[in-house]
Write a protein that binds this ligand. Structure first.
Ligand code: C5P
Length: 227
């Protein structure tokens, strides 16, 4: 059967990855979480002391880019591919609010984007891929057969992210999560290189009041129309 490329972009915490994973499973496609790649580079930078609350040395990070090896490995129990940083499984540790606070600054660095976009294009070149992020339909796969741009109200998104985080860390404060979501969107939409914008030919999906099933059914319908 014909295989297509599915690009899912949108604002933070719009449920992109949940939807992308579900559709990839149904279609037997590879799912790639590109946010996880930017998060892994952020974790690397934090561990090396290149970034903290007071300073960020993009020069040091750029010099060290060759030391960063990322790969994905499928975890059968979880049903998706987890991200590895230099051989270490960092899938869970990169989800912390700490990493979220710095990731958009790292994602602004042109050299970081060039490296990761190249890897993403390689990972998806055989098609049969669902990739989510901020620039998949605009930069990584501008020819993707299906592009979806996801949005939802800020309150809904912050609440979703808070609900996810508080299970792992009960000390998380809602206001901090809300501020982080707003701040990441601000940086992501205003950066010079590959800002978050809806591709002209993307289908917009505002899921503020949609259930997961409704979103899934709509996406599957859009896929079928393109097969
Ligand atoms: O998708 P997630 O929220 O995990 O992404 C974390 C951050 O990584 C985003 O806020 C954005 O700054 C950056 N990102 C990006 N381009 C992508 C994916 C993520 O700039 N394709």
């Amino acid at each position: 059967m014909k295989k297509i490329t599915i690009a899912i972009d949108g604002f933070s915490s719009t449920g992109k990855s949940t939807l992308a994973k579900a559709i990839a499973k149904t279609l037997g496609y590879v799912y790639i979480d590109t946010g996880a790649m930017y998060r892994a580079v952020t974790l690397f930078s934090m561990r090396k002391g290149f970034i903290d609350a007071k300073h960020f040395s993009s020069e040091k990070l750029i010099e060290s880019l060759d030391e960063i090896q990322l790969h994905f490995e499928y975890n059968g129990e979880r049903g998706f591919a987890e991200v590895y940083l230099n051989g270490e499984n960092v899938e869970d540790v990169i989800r912390s609010l700490e990493v979220s606070k710095f990731v958009s600054q790292i994602a602004e660095v042109k050299e970081v984007r060039t490296k990761l976009v190249q890897q993403q294009q390689n990972l998806g070149k055989a098609k049969g891929v669902v990739m989510d992020g901020r620039d998949i339909g605009t930069v990584v796969f501008p020819d993707a057969e299906l592009k979806v741009f996801m949005t939802a109200s800020t309150d809904v998104r912050a609440q979703r992210r808070f609900d996810e985080l508080v299970v792992k860390d009960p000390s998380v404060i809602y206001e901090d999560v809300y501020t982080n979501v707003v701040e990441r969107d601000r940086i992501d939409t205003t950066r010079k290189d590959s800002p978050l914008v809806k591709a002209e030919d993307a289908v917009e999906l505002d899921n503020s009041t949609m259930s997961r099933e409704e979103q899934y059914d709509l996406l599957l319908q859009l896929v079928r129309e393109r097969l």
